[in-house]
Write a protein that binds this ligand. Structure first.
Ligand SMILES: Nc1ncnc2c1ncn2[C@@H]1O[C@H](COP(=O)(O)OP(=O)(O)OP(=O)(O)O)[C@@H](O)[C@H]1O
Ligand SMILES: [Mg+2]
Length: 330
């Protein structure tokens, strides 16, 4: 029987166009693998057909000798319900009960049909005494089951299910102070995550991604989607072909900023301390300049390094999987 490694966890990010796997064995230079997502199994970032993923995943993991690791897989922001609650300090058992009570009050679906988890983000002293700020995370059972089924069906063991914003924060923010914005532009979805220090405040997702940029290139150059994708990856396109794509992306990012500022931020005008781009489609030419204009902050990319220690921007699509692989580390 295979012996399972206890030391390292395999981060798994099942995306609409690529399944990303990451083993963070060496700091700064994690082992990564990407596998094409079987057509029709993931839509707009959300897993639809677990069986369609399992066999495929099993073969790839065996071939790459990665089948003896515990897996931490991520759920995308669009499947999550995040709520902030404040509770007094209390014994762990009382806290669990109080959280359940709060969850019944704030969640849009019955607790019996969902998985609930929480993170104590910090403690503040108020007039009522010492209060804990808690982030509740809830996901419907039907969604959780799909992800577990895909992983178990591939012959892998689940160590945990993580959520993509927390995975990104774990790897990209570490001990960051101040406000951060992480924008993950995938193939069929974009997720915008807002953090205060290392605390996740809010996530929003929308269905605009790299596939639409490819369609825009296909239309402008009068070629097929596959040909346009190849042109895009080789940088053979004019930025003005993507004008309407930029506009749509910009509108949605702007909407996310406005929602965040009116609901979560005390100072609406204060610029973000940092804006970090993630996801494959963030490498589309001009995206950094344009996100800089929308947010007022020049965005950065994750610091992956190649063998010669030169930054490798092309690795940013692994950020979610890498953060998941770092799950549970001190
Ligand atoms: N160099 C590049 N320039 C432009 N786009 C790129 C580049 N490399 C990859 N992409 C695009 O990135 C996308 C894949 O990125 P990623 O793996 O982050 O998406 P995903 O996780 O599969 O999708 P989603 O998050 O929407 O489920 C594809 O649309 C691909 O065309
Ligand atoms: Mg993705």
């Amino acid at each position: 029987m295979a012996r399972y490694s206890k030391k390292y966890k395999l981060g798994l990010d099942i995306g609409s166009s690529l399944i990303k796997v990451c083993l963070p064995r060496r700091p700064g230079r994690p082992e990564v693998l990407r596998i094409p997502t079987p057509e029709g199994t993931v839509s707009k970032g959300v897993l639809q057909d677990p069986e369609g993923i399992s066999d495929h995943l099993r073969q790839w993991m065996r071939k790459n000798q990665l089948d003896h690791y515990y897996v931490v897989a991520t759920l995308p922001a669009s499947t999550l319900v995040l709520r902030h609650v404040q509770l007094p300090r209390m014994k762990p058992r009382d806290l669990a009960e109080a959280i359940e009570w709060e969850a019944r009050r704030v969640l849009p679906f019955p607790l019996e049909e969902a998985q609930l988890d929480w993170v104590v983000q910090d403690t503040v002293v108020s007039e009522e005494g010492e209060m804990q700020n808690i982030l509740l995370v809830a996901v419907r059972d039907t969604i959780v089951e799909r992800y577990v089924q895909a992983i178990v069906g591939a012959g892998l063991k689940v160590a945990a299910l993580d959520i993509s914003p927390l995975a990104l924060g774990r790897w990209l923010l570490k001990n960051a102070q101040g406000s951060s914005l992480i924008i993950d532009i995938g193939a069929e979805s974009t997720q915008v995550h807002f953090f205060q220090d290392v605390k996740l405040m809010f996530s929003r997702s929308f269905s605009v991604g790299g596939a639409e940029a490819t369609w825009a290139i296909a239309t402008a150059a009068n070629v097929s989607f596959a040909e346009a994708e190849e042109m895009k990856l080789r940088g053979k396109y004019r930025e003005d072909w993507l004008d309407s794509w930029y506009r749509e992306l910009g509108r949605e990012v702007q909407r996310s900023l406005e929602y965040y500022r009116s609901n979560f931020s005390n100072n609406a005008e204060e610029p973000f301390e940092r804006v970090i781009l993630s996801g494959g489609a963030a490498m589309t030419r001009g995206v950094d300049t344009f996100i800089g204009e929308v947010t007022g902050v020049e965005p950065g990319f994750a610091e992956f390094y190649s063998k010669d220690r030169r930054p490798r921007r092309d690795k940013i699509m692994y950020n979610v999987a890498l953060g998941a692989g770092m799950w549970g580390r001190k």
